[in-house]
Design a protein around this ligand. Structure first.
Ligand SMILES: Cc1cc2nc3c(=O)[nH]c(=O)nc-3n(C[C@H](O)[C@H](O)[C@H](O)COP(=O)(O)OP(=O)(O)OC[C@H]3O[C@@H](n4cnc5c(N)ncnc54)[C@H](O)[C@@H]3O)c2cc1C
Length: 550
C-alpha cells in the first residue's frame, strides 16, 4: 500500500524536481523520509489564463502510510491537495486453458488491435501467425510519401493498410476513455517499444506520426523474438468453415489468402474499418454482423496561432507548452433544431490534413501531426454520429454505401487525382461555392481544389454543421471560424458495421474459433482502445486454449 497525493499544482516556472518538497509539505513530513515516488497523472490546467500550470497526481511510499493519512486529514496543510491510500490493481494474464489447439492462432491485421493481440499471445507461448495485407512499415512509408507527392495509390499500402494499420500514420494521440491495469499494460508496451515514458502519465499523451513506425517495428520484433511470425502482402480472402451449408460444421478450419491456404482453428480478426472487400467476404460466409452508428463529417483547418491565442491567452506559451489543442461539442440533439450533436474529433495541433484513402476512386480526409506539432495549421474533424436510421436503407452495408457515395463525389470533385476539396467557412455558411485561388492549407503536394463542401456530405451532416458551427464560433468569440477552411468529407470516423461477438467469450456466437476485435469489428475506436481490445481477446484465447504443441 502507498499514498496517492492528488491536485498538486506547479506553476509553469516551477521544475518537477521540487515535487518531493511539495509532497513533504503536504504530508508534513521531513523530505528525507519519503520513499520512492512516481507521477501517476500530469495535466495542464489552462482554464484561468492568468494561472496556467500543471496539476499532478503522485504515488509515494513511506513508513506508516495510514498514520500519515490520518495526520494529513487532521492538519490539512495544503487544503487543495487530496491524500488517500493507494493500491494499484495488478495486471493479470490468465493461466492457459486446457482445450488443445492443433494449429497456431492466426491474427488478421497488424493495426493496434492485431499487433497487441499477437504480442500477448506470443508472450504466453502461442506462437501466433500475423497476416497483414499491406507492406512492412519501412516500405509503407515509401508508398505513402510517393502518393503524397502525386504518385499512384497503392491499394494495399497506404495511410490505412500496411504494418501498424491506421495507427501508423495516425496522429499518435494515446488518450483512452477507460483506465485500469489493461490500459496501463498496453501503454507500458508502447513505452518499452520506443514510445516515451511520459505516455504513462500524461493526460493527453501524444507520439506523432514520425515516432509511430519505430514503435510498430519494435513490437513486431518482440513478437518474432517470442516465436511469432508475421507475413506481409498476405490478404485474407476467405474462411474455410467446413462443408458448405452444413450449420453444425461452422467451425473455422483455415483461411484462404492471397498467398495460399493456411489451416487455423483460431482466428483473431483485426481488419480495421476500411477493409470493405473483407466485410463482403464475411457476409458471403454468413458471419453475423449488424449495422451500427458511426462518425462522419468534415475537417476544419485553422491557423494554429488562433488556437494558441484562444487557449493560452496573450502570452506566447506555445514555445514552452507546444501547440495548443481543443475539444469542443455543440449539443443540439435535445433542442430540436438539429437531431445531432456536432463535435470535434481527432484534433491535430500543428498538423497536416491528409488523404486517408485506401480504395481507388474514393476520397476521404483525416489529420495527423509530427511529434513537434510545428506546422502553422491546426485541424480537427467536425463530426456527428450517423445512425442506421440516417443511412437511407436497411441493408447491412447501407452505412458503407453512404460513405462510398460521398467519397466518390469527392474523388470526382478532386479531378480524379485525390486533390482535396476545400471551402472557405464564410462561403460554406452562406451556401455558396468558394471560387478562385484556394486558400493556404497543410494538405499534401497533391494539392487542394475549391469546392462546395455541402455537396460532399449527407443532408443530416449539413444541417448539423449549419446549426453547430455558429455556436462553436460564438463560444470562441468569433475566432473558431476566423481564417478557417473546411475540407472533406471525413467519412470514416469509425466502422458502420459490427461483427457480432459474445460478451463473455469474445468469440463469434456462430463461427467457432473466430474472434472479431478492434475498430473494424465495431468494439473499439482509437489506438489504445483498439489495442486494449486486442489484449483482452488474447487473454480470452489463452484462458480457453492450451498453447499449440503443449
Ligand atoms: C489519419 C488518422 C489519424 C488518427 N489519429 C488517431 C489518434 O491520434 N489517436 C487515436 O487514438 N486514434 C487515431 N486514429 C484512429 C486509429 O488509428 C484507429 O482507431 C486504430 O488504428 C484502429 O486499430 P485496429 O487495429 O482496429 O485497425 P487498423 O489500425 O485499421 O488496422 C487494420 C489492419 O488490418 C489490415 N487488414 C485489413 N483487411 C485485411 C485482410 N483481409 N487481410 C490481412 N490484413 C488486413 C490492414 O491493412 C490494417 O493494417 C487515427 C486514424 C487515422 C486514419
Amino acid at each position: 500500500m502507498s499514498l496517492r497525493v492528488s491536485n498538486i499544482r506547479l506553476s509553469l516556472d516551477q521544475p518537477e524536481a521540487i515535487l518531493p518538497e511539495k509532497l513533504a509539505a503536504i504530508l508534513r513530513v521531513p523530505g528525507d523520509i519519503l520513499g520512492p515516488w512516481r507521477i501517476l497523472r500530469k495535466s495542464l490546467d489552462a482554464r484561468d489564463k492568468d494561472r496556467i500550470g500543471f496539476v499532478y497526481s503522485i504515488e509515494v511510499s513511506l513508513a506508516d502510510e495510514e498514520g500519515k493519512l490520518a495526520q494529513w486529514a487532521r492538519d490539512r496543510a495544503m487544503p487543495e491537495a487530496r491524500v488517500e491510500l493507494y493500491l494499484e490493481p495488478p495486471f493479470v494474464m490468465p493461466q492457459p486453458g486446457s482445450r488443445p489447439l492443433s494449429q497456431r492462432p492466426i491474427v488478421v491485421g497488424s493495426g493496434p488491435a492485431g499487433l497487441v493481440a499477437a504480442y500477448f499471445l506470443a508472450e504466453r507461448g502461442y506462437r501466433p501467425l500475423l497476416l497483414e495485407r499491406g507492406r512492412p512499415v519501412r516500405d509503407r512509408i515509401h508508398d505513402v510519401r510517393a502518393f503524397d507527392a502525386g504518385g499512384p495509390l497503392n491499394p494495399e499500402s497506404n495511410y490505412l493498410f500496411g504494418e501498424g494499420g491506421a495507427g501508423t500514420f495516425s496522429d499518435g494521440k494515446l488518450t483512452c476513455r477507460s483506465s485500469g491495469p489493461d490500459v496501463r499494460r498496453v501503454l507500458e508496451l508502447f513505452a518499452d517499444c520506443k514510445g516515451k515514458p511520459s505516455i504513462l502519465y500524461e493526460y493527453r499523451p501524444h507520439l506523432g506520426s514520425n515516432r509511430l513506425p519505430a514503435v510498430v517495428k519494435a513490437i513486431r520484433r518482440k513478437i518474432e523474438a517470442l516465436g511469432g511470425e508475421i507475413r506481409f502482402s498476405c490478404r485474407v480472402e476467405d474462411f474455410d468453415l467446413g462443408e458448405p451449408g452444413c450449420v453444425s460444421a461452422r467451425r473455422l478450419r483455415g483461411v484462404g489468402t492471397s498467398a495460399g491456404y493456411i489451416p487455423a482453428n483460431v482466428v483473431v480478426l483485426a481488419i480495421g474499418h476500411s477493409a470493405r472487400d473483407t466485410y463482403e467476404m464475411l457476409r458471403r460466409r454468413g458471419v453475423p454482423m449488424t449495422p451500427k452508428p458511426f462518425q462522419m463529417g468534415i475537417r476544419i483547418e485553422q491557423p494554429q496561432e488562433t488556437v494558441n491565442r484562444v487557449q493560452y491567452g496573450a502570452e506566447r506559451l506555445e514555445t514552452r507548452l507546444g501547440a495548443a489543442d481543443y475539444s469542443l461539442i455543440s449539443r443540439s440533439a435535445s433542442k430540436g433544431a438539429s437531431r445531432h450533436d456536432l463535435f470535434t474529433f481527432c484534433m491535430c495541433a500543428g498538423g497536416h490534413v491528409i488523404p486517408s484513402v485506401a480504395g481507388p476512386g474514393f476520397f476521404c480526409t483525416n489529420g495527423m501531426s509530427l511529434s513537434d506539432r510545428d506546422t502553422q495549421f491546426a485541424n480537427s474533424g467536425l463530426m456527428i454520429t450517423v445512425h442506421p436510421q440516417d443511412f437511407g436503407d436497411a441493408d447491412l452495408f447501407a452505412g458503407i454505401r453512404l460513405q462510398e457515395v460521398y467519397e466518390r463525389k469527392a474523388f470526382e470533385v478532386g479531378r480524379g487525382d485525390y486533390r482535396c476539396p476545400i471551402q472557405l467557412t464564410a462561403d460554406f455558411l452562406s451556401r455558396r461555392a468558394s471560387k478562385g485561388q484556394p486558400p493556404p492549407s497543410s494538405y499534401s503536394r497533391r494539392q487542394v481544389v475549391t469546392a462546395d463542401i455541402s455537396e460532399l456530405i449527407p443532408p443530416v451532416i449539413l444541417e448539423a454543421l449549419h446549426h453547430g458551427l455558429p455556436i462553436l464560433n460564438h463560444r470562441w468569440q468569433g475566432r473558431f471560424l476566423r481564417d478557417a477552411t473546411l475540407v472533406g468529407p471525413e467519412a470514416r470516423g469509425s466502422s458502420p458495421v459490427r461483427i457480432v461477438r459474445d460478451d463473455a467469450t469474445r468469440a463469434s456466437p456462430e463461427i467457432e474459433g473466430l474472434y472479431p476485435v478492434g475498430e473494424g469489428a465495431g468494439y473499439a475506436g482509437g489506438i489504445v482502445s483498439a489495442a486494449v481490445d486486442g489484449l483482452r481477446t488474447a487473454k480470452a484465447i489463452v484462458a480457453h486454449y492450451a498453447a499449440p504443441g503443449t
